[in-house]
Design a protein around this ligand. Structure first.
Ligand code: HEM
Length: 330
């Protein structure tokens, strides 16, 4: 997994360069930047860098964003009752889904024609299977990773001593050169910030299940077909289980601290449907956060952001921050 660290770090450097082009001190939407980073990191991790042409990438990103925007609007009927009035009609997201899947397909075919990629070598060369898998991974992993990076930047920069510690760790572990695979596990404080950001702002703020049989849950009797909501955000901030639940304290995740209960901290879910991208996400987020803090300082430009429940838990109105970048980005 650690081989994905350098890829995510290079994508973060590209983002820094984009910001740096505007000047050494700029106000930018960090969430918007993180969306570009997450897409670059994903495509470069799974397809050999340079083989996915710019045009294909830009088009695919536009379709993906359209799809996620529409998918973020939840149908109330999903939670309450079978849909009596809308059943059978394609959702408005369907058109974007088709265009998105076609874009994924083109990317895969271009990669296969060019001799394959990390993904095709490790998974399969069947374009149908690849299209299904890559579409699923992108839909599940793009916004979740982006929003996690944005919240981590916001939280880390809201505490000057933590921001300084991240910067010092990035400089001592990575040094001036490019991040190497073995650096990822040495970025101990950076990883704690990521874990704490995922506690305070879990992108998947809730999970849902449909009962396949009758069951008992504590005092509740559940019938087959009942819908159950697992409120991850509430569990992560529950006063009964966490000390100072709303405080940003990355040291909760220090190697010396006792790990949180498996079912009270579950940014990646739990059980048989646990996120298959969890290790990838932690690796890429740790590498990216260290790369950003090595070369830049962030300061909130405006009021602290409100989290809102879209497809992921995202900052309402984005995350405008003043970004000061040291010298030239390596
Ligand atoms: C910080 C980033 C991420 C977060 C917070 C996250 C969170 C989650 C959660 C909570 C689930 C379980 C949903 C449930 O049980 O109902 C899940 C499932 C899943 N995630 Fe992630 N995810 C992230 C990144 C990724 C990435 C990068 C990928 C792909 C490379 C990915 C692929 C998937 C897939 C395919 C599933 C469905 C697994 C199944 O149903 O068997 N995720 N994710």
């Amino acid at each position: 997994m650690k081989q994905f660290g350098p890829v995510a770090s290079r994508a973060a450097e590209r983002l820094l360069k984009r910001w740096r082009l505007q000047g050494p001190e700029v106000v930018q939407d960090v969430y918007e930047g993180a969306l570009l980073w997450a897409f670059d990191a994903f495509v470069d991790s799974f397809f050999s860098p340079g083989k996915a042409e710019g045009l294909e990438r830009n088009e695919l990103l536009a379709h993906l964003r359209g799809l996620l925007k529409q998918a973020g609007t939840m149908r109330l009927s999903y939670f309450l009752a079978p849909d009596a009035h809308h059943d059978g009609r394609p959702s408005p997201a369907a058109a974007n889904l088709t265009a998105f899947r076609q874009g994924v397909r083109r990317l895969i075919c271009a990669s296969l024609e060019n001799g394959g990629s990390n993904l095709t070598r490790s998974l399969t060369t069947d374009p149908d299977l690849l299209e299904d898998n890559v579409s699923g991974y992108l839909a599940a992993g793009h916004d979740t990773s982006a929003v996690s990076l944005a919240w981590a930047v916001f939280l880390a920069s809201s505490d000057l001593s933590i921001a300084a510690a991240l910067r010092a760790e990035a400089k001592s572990v990575i040094g001036e050169g490019p991040l190497q695979p073995e650096h990822v596990e040495q970025l101990v404080s950076t990883r704690q910030v990521i874990c704490e950001a995922l506690r305070l702002y879990p992108p998947a703020y809730m999970m849902t299940r449909v009962c396949t049989g009758d069951a008992r849950l504590g005092p509740h009797v559940l019938k087959s077909g009942d819908r159950v909501v697992i409120p991850t955000y509430a569990l992560h901030r529950h006063r009964r289980w966490w000390t100072e639940p709303d405080a940003f304290k990355p040291s909760r995740f220090a190697p010396s601290a006792s790990p949180p209960d498996r079912h009270l901290y579950m940014p990646f879910g739990a059980g048989p449907r646990i996120c298959i991208g969890a290790a990838f996400a932690i690796t890429e987020l740790t590498a990216a956060l260290a790369t950003l803090f090595r070369s830049a300082r962030f300061e909130l430009a405006g009021e602290p952001p409100w989290p809102i429940t879209d497809l992921s838990l995202r900052p309402l109105g984005g995350l405008p921050m003043k970004i000061t970048i040291d010298g030239e980005v390596p």
